[in-house]
Design a protein. Sequence first.
Length: 665
Amino acid sequence: MSTQSTKPNFKIGELLVKEGYLTMDALNKVLDMQRQQKNSLSQEYKPFGQICIDLNLISREELQRFLKRYEKRIYIGELLMNMGLITPKHVEFALTQQAKDGQKFGQILVTNNIITESQLTDALSMQLDVPRIIPSLELIDKTLLQGLPEEFLTEHQFLPVFKDGRTITVVMGDPDNKGLIRSLEQTFNANISAAIASPTDILRTIREHFHGHAPADPAAAASGAPATAPTAPSKIQVGDTNLNENQQTQQDNSVVSFLLTNALKDRATDIHVEPQEKHIRIRYRIDGVLHHKTDLPAKLASNLISRLKQLCGLNPENTHTSQEGSTSGNVMGKDIKLEISTYPSLWGEKMVVHLKEKDSATQSLLLNLDRIGFSPLYLQRYQGLLTQPGGITIMTGPANTGKSMTLYASVNYLNQQNRSIITVEDPIECVVPGTVQGSFAKNSTFSYAQMLAAAMRQDPDILMVSEIRDGDTMQAIVEAALTGCKVMTTFRSFDATGAMLRLMELGLQNYLVSSSNLTVISQRLVRRLCDNCKAPAKANPNILKQLGLVGVDPNSYDLYRPVGCPECNGRGFEGQTAIHEVLVINEAIREALQARKPAATIRGIARTEAKLVSMAEDGLYKAIEGITSLEEVQRVAFVNEYDSQTPWEAEEIYSICTGMEPEFL
């Protein structure tokens, strides 16, 4: 491994300019992107060289030759600081310890609980430019382990995992161990492609291979505790195919099985299969955020994607156009629906697998309006609006912000024996017993607006429309509301006040605005802090400023930060909740809309006249309650700069959101 120094002795950007790889304009562009990374909590860290590759300023091979010629590599301490995992004080501490006992820099940080072993492995993967592969027996080619003694594997902390022709991919605790690589090339009489995994994961898998399932507790494995007896793999059915039985495509089936079972274990909603230049990157979307799961050798990409296409009834030979498909399955005893889509890219097809559990018990919990995440203020305000006759309620926000589930929970709240509820949906995402749900057929000559008109002829008290798509849909919805029917729908927009202006551009006429009872709800999803490990923290003044909370004293309340524990798989978060804005269109706002006032003016009127509590303020309340962190709110909340002109103090915000201020209800 490279040694650590207190001062880097070169600047890679300057050298690349000197060598003619970059222009000064290109260098400044890369430096700007690096600064944006450091200022953004939601952006994944990428080193300087990787940004250059992503911008096609230099190829990976050119960068590697360049670094090799200069015998340079980013120091692991500098990399960990850039990733936001350690501070300069941690670097100084580790260097002092390293000088005393010669222990590796990264291992000192792990031993002293400054970073986790997983975080160190991620950083080393980035530093050494090698893939990170999970050494799971479900995933690897176990025939490569035949004839290899357990002691040899354990001593050198490595596992051969895949073979492609004369190249064997070997997962190592130290991929920089050139001596071990030369030895393995002689042992296997093959080329060795190095990958990395944490030593703990490698040793656990070695023990599992030779002695059955390893103990769940790594400390038990290290102490020599007896392993638990292996259990039979659960049946994995996708479409008509049992992935445990089809031997002709067993390697591909094993990879698919691994991805699906681990996605469910991790509570992932999406699996991203992303071909890179040298490997496949597998990422899971968990609680709305992408997490790197594992890498796989590049040669597996076409077989893996072809297998998934076959299972979903798509054409494996078509690799040049996007495809979409779906199927049902049973994984770990759970009924699931798989929706896949492909996209042709530079290094091959990218695929996203969306997983949806068909669990009626889970759905019934989500259909409870109390569980959506409304603050006490907004829950009381919204329930009061729902009980009023007629009107239009519009849920706004970008895609994947929980609008549909809020809509379903609202329908379920109104679902009573003496009411007729009809829906127009594309597609039906959740079943609400006691309602009449209509699914729009895309291949029908019947338009979406025509289906909506047909639903109105069924004498509904409440009409739910899954989405406002165009002016015809908007017109039909408003006309339905003018007949006295309560209409609920969704619309993609950044905030509540901006949604109204966009709807008027779709043809929402002035007289309809003035005649209709309109409520617009804007929503985002934030991750919930793990109750088992969250820790107190002070508010970051810079984040408060970015959220427009300029009247909030950072010391007003103790907030909470994520820590990470076994209960949440080290992420510090578990599950999601919502933050909201609920805007009721009153007379003052109607006049401003009809006069085509600017969005900032309408926003100001909404704050002063309609008592609009901003999404950031709703998020601050939930951060004070320990539900989420302020950084999470900053990651997702839409912030209108006008809000800072009407600031409230933290105590006011908390009092308002708890419903203790009657004038806001």
